[in-house]
Every structure is written in structure tokens, then in C-alpha cells.
Ligand binder design. Structure first.
Ligand SMILES: *Cc1c(COP(=O)(O)O)cnc(C)c1O
Length: 383
């Protein structure tokens, strides 16, 4: 359909990243691909089937609405796990559809057993245990009662997992805290084993923990950012290189974001360009407008600062980024015309604008930049 910009999704990059992720897993560890936030901005509808083709059959999301989106596009046998919010209205749908979901308080646990019983179907639950992240999770003091409850409701509850989440495995600054969390988790695990109420899987690791603390991989890992071709932080990349001495970049960015020139214009020296006075043309300028603005996810904070690629060259954004338009400086280029390709993230010719450089300029982390890409920009799968 009609579009002002497009996001291309590379199938070969997905295959490469998933093969890499599998290569760093210990023997027998299950891979769950985290596709919350519209698959980190890549588009659930496009991403999930491609990941399945690459051999993934377990996806994790934040909430029931996201699980619904995945369910609509995935294969019938694929497993889906909700790691966060399951609203009351979604509970029976989840149980009926066999969607796995986290439970982190007792009232919810009781409710789950009731609903499952009334549906005559087992609820597939993961018990999240508090180990020090201090967000959600059962406290250790409640854990014995939780185990007892699960044991007494074995006909309505299937204990799929015991899990926790680390408070920043991507930075060595959190080393002590992460180690203490791991220790607490292992205590909970022993408790479950001692009580004879054991889950199908123990899982704690995200991308960073999977690389930095392989012991945390246990039975399953929940991999988000890596599959999309990014290290959680540069530090995690260094950790990987230290362990594997790998000079080659094993990950590849999947997405490219591009638009086209909308129009061009000559501006005389001494004129202001765009709203207000933020940009003064000191010499004669040629500008091009691009139909992408902050409504499309190009941050306004990149006013007079952002860079894009055109004709294989890097040029700057001038003036303020508007809701639907940005203006770029093409004075140094010959013959720029409407319809010429403009790359916002990705490569053109020899040059590349990485998400990281884009994020640094706009003071966002990769995660934020990616998930802010609006869902309504068309995604196109390329080789
Ligand atoms: C987002 C998330 C992950 C994945 O994190 P990455 O750093 O992207 O790998 C794993 N577990 C939970 C609970 C999460 O919320």
C-alpha cells in the first residue's frame, strides 16, 4: 500500500542469528525467543513465522494481548509463554489455548486453579520466585505454601516452570547481585525438589546471562535482543570475545529502515530553515525533505543532530524534526531528486548507520530505539 517509509526484515540475518544463539547454548537447553514489544519493533507477524522456519518453537511475550498476536501467526504446535501481565479476562483464553503464563502471587494462583477446574483443562503455569530483582515474584517465605498448593491441585495445574529474572546481567557492576540471585534460585530449586513438587523446566537467563553466566541457562533460556542481531551491551560482546576469542561479528542486524526524498529546495544564505530559529543557513543550501518524523519514530531529539544516508553519503538532519517530516542537508550532493532512497537505519553503499549510533545520538538504548518503531510502518521480508 501507500507508505512514507518501510522496514525491511532480512531472513538470512535471522537464520544466522538463531544459529549463533543455538551455538552458545549448553547441551539440551531449550530456546525460547522473546518477542515482546512487537518482536523488539521488527513486527510479530513477520518475525515469528521466519523464526519458526529457523527452528524456533517456543516464544515468550510480556502480556496476553501479545500472546494473542503470536497465536494468530504461529504454527499450531508452537508454545507461547507470558512472562508478565495476564489480565483476568484473558485467563480462560490462556488456559483453553494452552498458553503458558507466569504466576507471582497467591490470589492469582487460587484463581487460576478455579478457572482451570471450571474449564476442565490444566493451566500451564510458571512460578516466578523473588531472588532480588524486586519487581514481581513469590517471596521465599511463601514458597512452601505455593508448592503445597500446586501439589494439591495437580488436576488443574501443570507446573511448567520455576523462574526468575536477573537485575542486569549485562553489566559487571551487578555481578554480586546476580550471583546472590542465582544462589537464592538454587535454594528454591532444592526446596521444590525436597518437597517432591518439581517443574518441567527451570529457567532464569536472558541474552546477557546466557553469555556471561552460562550456569544460568539451566533447562531453557529466554533470548530477546541477541536474535535481532544486537549485544545487550558492548560489555556483553567483550565477555563473549574473552571467552571465545571470536574476531568475527557473529550477529547481523535484521532490520533496515528506509524512506525516500519527498522534495528538494534551494535556500539562500541568511535564511532560517524550518520552525523557529534552530537552524540558520550560513551559506546557500540545498535541502531535501523526507516524509519521516517523530510520529514515525524518528526522535525529535535528533533535530540538527541526526544523520541519514543518501547517494551512498552520510548527511545531517537540519532544523527541528517535525511530526511527519525531517529536512536533510544535500548541498554537497549532485542531482538529488524526489524518489531517491534515504536510509535511516541500515547500510547504503559503503556506509552504515547502526541502531547503536542512532541510539547513542538520541540517548536511547537499542531496546528502546527498536521497540519505538511504530507497528504501522510496513515490514517487508527480504533475502
Ligand atoms: C525481556 C526479557 C527477556 C529477554 O531479554 P534480552 O536481554 O532481550 O535477551 C528475558 N526474560 C524476561 C523476564 C524479560 O522480560
Amino acid at each position: 500500500m501507500f507508505k512514507s517509509s518501510i522496514i525491511e526484515i532480512s531472513e538470512s540475518a535471522i537464520n544466522q542469528n538463531i544459529a549463533f544463539v543455538k551455538s552458545i547454548l549448553l547441551e539440551g537447553v531449550k530456546l525460547s525467543c522473546v518477542v515482546k514489544g512487537n518482536a523488539y519493533g521488527h513486527g510479530v507477524a513477520e518475525y515469528v513465522p521466519l523464526a519458526e522456519k529457523a527452528g524456533v518453537d517456543h516464544f515468550s511475550v510480556f502480556s496476553a494481548d501479545e500472546a494473542y498476536e503470536v497465536k494468530n501467526v504461529c504454527r499450531p504446535g508452537t508454545d507461547i509463554m507470558i512472562m508478565g501481565y495476564t489480565d483476568d479476562q484473558a485467563l480462560s483464553w490462556c488456559i483453553e489455548q494452552g498458553i503458558e503464563f507466569y504466576v507471582f502471587d497467591f490470589d492469582r494462583l487460587i484463581k487460576v486453579a478455579e478457572v482451570a477446574e471450571s474449564l476442565n483443562k490444566k493451566a500451564k503455569i510458571h512460578i516466578e520466585i523473588e531472588t532480588g530483582f524486586n519487581r514481581t515474584g513469590f517471596n521465599m517465605t511463601e514458597f512452601s505454601d505455593v508448592l503445597k498448593f500446586i501439589k494439591n491441585h495437580a488436576s488443574s495445574i501443570s507446573f511448567e516452570g520455576l523462574c526468575t529474572h536477573y537485575a542486569g546481567a549485562e553489566s559487571i557492576a551487578n555481578y554480586v547481585r546476580v550471583q546472590s540471585q542465582l544462589k537464592k534460585f538454587i535454594q528454591a530449586r532444592r526446596k521444590a525438589e525436597k518437597a517432591g513438587v518439581t517443574p518441567r523446566r527451570y529457567h532464569t537467563a536472558s541474552s546477557a546471562a546466557t553469555i556471561t553466566y552460562p550456569k544460568t541457562q539451566m533447562d531453557m533460556v529466554r533470548i530477546g535482543i541477541l536474535q535481532f542481531g544486537f549485544w545487550p551491551t558492548p560489555e556483553t560482546h567483550v565477555q563473549y570475545i574473552n571467552k571465545h576469542g571470536e574476531p568475527r561479528q557473529p550477529l547481523q542486524r535484521i532490520l533496515t529502515w528506509k524512506s525516500t526524498v519527498m522534495s528538494t529546495k534551494n535556500i539562500k544564505a541568511g535564511e532560517f530553515i524550518g520552525y523557529g530559529t534552530s537552524y540558520l543557513a550560513i551559506t546557500d543550501k540545498v535541502i531535501a525533505t523526507v516524509p519521516v518524523g517523530y510520529a514515525h519514530g524518528f526522535p525529535r531529539s535528533l533535530s540538527n543532530m541526526g544523520r541519514v544516508l543518501i547517494h551512498g553519503k552520510r548527511v545531517g538532519v537540519i532544523g527541528t524534526v517535525n511530526m511527519n517530516i525531517m529536512t536533510i542537508d544535500v548541498t554537497a550532493l549532485e542531482g538529488v531528486k524526489p524518489g531517491d532512497e534515504v536510509v535511516i537505519i541500515g547500510h547504503q553503499g559503503e556506509l552504515d548507520i547502526s541502531v547503536a549510533s542512532f541510539s547513542e545520538l538520541s540517548a536511547q538504548v537499542n531496546y528502546e530505539t527498536l521497540t519505538r518503531l511504530p507497528a504501522n510502518i510496513q515490514r517487508k521480508i527480504v533475502e
